[in-house]
Design a protein around this ligand. Structure first.
Ligand code: ZN
Length: 170
């Protein structure tokens, strides 16, 4: 197992937009739900809106569904801490071989995010969760939470729904 793709969102986004990547979660179209066990270690007192970002994806008209998991049975692990002045506010890595994701980690950096507005935090959170779903950055000009350095969009947008439904048809 090795790291294939790194994504970041932050004031100094250091990650180039990848226009193509091969990782995708195993998915059954018959079920129509991309059910990912989510071990959520993000502090609910520091990030009370993180649950809203999860709910936003879970209630979107896509297959996305983050469900409760624990440390012994999880596919997406989200955690926050002060990672320092790294240049990124959020960072996601998806592990696995090409064509088959196995697990993903979402990191929220207190160093930047604690001082962000509610909506900027919602953008970073929904954006990183989008990467955990294996979504790529949206090209500039789209209304999308997957824009890398534009925090205008803080909730799942039509472009994001279209990308999810193209990747995980229901
Ligand atoms: Zn990103």
């Amino acid at each position: 197992m090795f790291n294939l793709v790194f994504w970041a969102a932050g004031p100094l986004s250091r990650t180039a937009d990848a226009h193509y990547f091969c990782q995708v979660w195993p998915y059954s179209q018959q079920i129509g739900v991309l059910s990912l066990k989510h071990w959520n270690q993000v502090s609910a007192s520091t990030y009370p809106e993180f649950g809203d970002a999860i709910y936003n994806w879970n209630t979107s008209p896509t297959a996305a569904y983050f469900q409760y998991g624990d440390q012994y049975n999880w596919q997406v692990h989200s955690v926050n801490t002060d990672y320092g002045n790294t240049g990124w506010a959020g960072y996601t890595v998806v592990h696995g071989s090409c064509g088959s994701a196995t697990d993903a980690s979402v990191l929220l950096n207190d160093y930047f995010l604690v001082g962000y507005s509610y909506y900027a935090r919602r953008h970073v959170e929904a954006h990183e969760l989008g990467h955990a779903l294996t979504l790529d950055h949206a090209p500039s000009g789209y209304a999308s939470v997957m824009l890398a350095s534009d925090y205008t969009y803080w909730a799942v947008a039509q472009h994001d729904i279209d990308d999810m439904n193209a990747r995980y048809p229901r």
